[in-house]
Design a protein around this ligand. Structure first.
Ligand code: FAD
Length: 479
């Protein structure tokens, strides 16, 4: 019977996994995960994703064992020699995986495919990370899209989202064993010392947990999603992003489950939610067609924009949520504590760093990469370049979020700031988003001493906004 090696990466699930499904139909299967952070360079898993990866691999290993197989884990500087050894020892004649779309993954998979095809191995990669093929959704003139709305319109007109595949019931192991792997613990993905208590209390990684989360969202929050998705003080979004980043759930599973739950009706909530999944497609579309945007802005006129590119005490205060701007601090502390931040607040903290403070979007992107449990190369780069005004369909340079007005609008009762910035908890709501505006007696009654219990703003809101506007305007005038 034929044996196929299945190379897992960011598709850590057994349901709707085309590589695993096709391999199981072909015969025996050797499921492999290779932890090789060195070959990913700066795009190796960040701290928070490593924590998630540990539990994700554990959950996948259990699912594979329940099906009569296992997940063979390896630790190596490079994937290719490990794949070679597994193919040889298991006498496999095929190597399958699910297609990667990010630049580093693409280069790697091309090298692997080239090497093994030349040796007569059947090499196949299957689409499953996205709902569309980035090569097939194009403008009338055959160009890729750089603006979301027309991309989404074309997607809805042309893309057929395939129905998800079931999980294979049984997975026959290879007849001859692969090389001895390593234990999950020896990968040392969990942090020492343990700083992940807040993440652990917030999340349950794994494929089953992803589906529980989806079902809970579809039963409740999706109905009000269009109105509530911008409110960080309520549990109004799906929080599926870390499961998507690790591939514990696929976008097409979410797509079909959402439409099934709504009886095929595109209610306001359903439309708005699927549109956000569309932004994820768009992010990958842009990165696929413009791989240089992993590190460079999509809009070339911003290549030499004079953003400060070093981590100073000002940036470290932003990391720690000590900027003196309550909405920014709440977001940064939510991120540090739980590994996740609400989308609206991501935009606010990114605008603060790249516009009010004029630091390079790459510094923010790198911090998010290390601290987010949902760190995703396409979404993170798109989000940062959008916020900085230098990316696809970006916020125009003159759009500088006012974190005080944003706070009053999207955290109207102050519950979000009170949760994450408890030293301001007793301030009346009218001053909560701008404590420096409160009269001394109010501050005193609330136990707030600015500059002592809570910092003054790093920079003045109006002045920093004006400074950024002038700089961006001059830059445009020059270009
Ligand atoms: P929901 O509102 O429930 O949306 C469902 C899914 O749609 C999300 O899980 C996500 O996959 C996708 N989605 C939603 N909004 C966006 C968006 N704006 N762009 C692309 N896809 C979207 N998302 C990540 O997954 N990883 C990142 O590293 C990341 N970095 C970001 C950085 C910045 C500066 C900004 C502004 C946004 C970033 N986002 C990122 C996008 C967005 O903030 C998150 O996807 C969202 O907050 C995840 O929460 P959710 O699953 O509850 O989203």
């Amino acid at each position: 019977m034929a044996t196929t090696v299945v190379w897992f990466w960011d598709d850590l699930r057994v349901h709707d996994n085309p590589a695993l499904w096709k391999a199981a139909r072909r015969g025996r299967v050797a499921p492999v995960f290779i932890y090789a952070p060195e070959e990913l360079g700066e795009r190796a898993w960040g701290g928070a994703r490593k924590w998630w990866l540990h539990y994700s691999l554990q959950s996948l290993q259990e699912s594979l064992r329940q099906r009569g197989n296992d997940l063979y884990l390896y630790r190596a500087p490079e994937s290719l020699p490990v794949l070679e050894a597994v193919l040889t020892t298991t006498r496999a004649d095929a190597l399958y995986w699910n297609t990667r779309y990010d630049p580093i993954g693409r280069t790697l998979q091309e090298r692997v495919a080239h090497t093994f095809k030349a040796r007569g191995i059947e090499v196949r990669a299957f689409p499953s990370r996205l709902m569309h093929d980035p090569d097939s959704v194009r403008t009338d003139s055959g160009q890729p899209y750089t603006v979301f709305t027309p991309f989404w319109k074309r997607f809805l007109q042309t893309a057929q989202v395939p129905s998800p595949l079931p999980a294979p019931e049984r997975l026959l192991p290879p007849e001859s064993a692969p090389p001895e792997g390593v234990s999950l613990e020896s990968l040392r993905l969990l942090p020492v010392p343990d700083w992940a208590g807040g993440i652990r209390a917030t999340w349950q990684p794994g494929e089953a947990a992803a589906h529980q989360r989806l079902q809970a969202f579809l039963q409740q929050a999706v109905h009000a999603y269009a109105d509530m998705r911008d409110r960080p003080d309520v549990d109004g979004t799906s929080r599926l992003s870390p499961y998507l980043a690790n591939g514990e759930i696929s976008p097409r599973q979410i797509w079909h489950a959402t439409l099934n739950a709504s009886g095929g009706q595109w209610s306001k909530g359903v439309e708005s939610f699927l549109r956000e999944l569309g932004w994820r497609e768009f992010a990958y579309h842009v990165l696929y067609h413009h791989p240089h945007t992993l590190t460079e802005p999509l809009r070339p006129e911003f290549r030499n924009f004079p953003w400060q590119d070093t981590t100073t005490p000002e940036v470290r205060a932003w990391h720690k949520g000590r900027t003196g701007i309550p909405m920014v601090d709440a977001g940064m502390r939510q991120l540090w504590h739980t590994g996740w931040m609400h989308n609206r607040v991501r935009m606010i903290v990114a605008s603060w760093l790249t516009k009010n403070l004029l630091y390079h979007w790459r510094l923010g992107e790198a911090w998010f990469w290390d601290t987010l449990v949902d760190a995703d190369p396409a979404n993170n780069v798109l989000g940062w370049q959008w916020s900085a005004g230098c990316g696809a369909d970006a916020a125009p340079y003159y759009r500088i979020f006012n974190p005080v007005l944003q706070g009053r609008r999207f955290d109207p009762n102050g519950a979000y700031v009170r949760q994450w910035v408890p030293e301001l908890r007793n301030l009346p709501t009218e001053y909560l988003h701008a404590p420096w505006e409160a009269p001394p007696s109010v501050l005193e009654a609330a136990g707030v001493a600015l500059g002592q219990t809570y910092p003054f703003p790093q920079v003045e809101l109006d002045k920093s906004r004006q400074r950024a506007l002038e700089l961006f305007e001059n830059w445009h005038a020059r270009g």
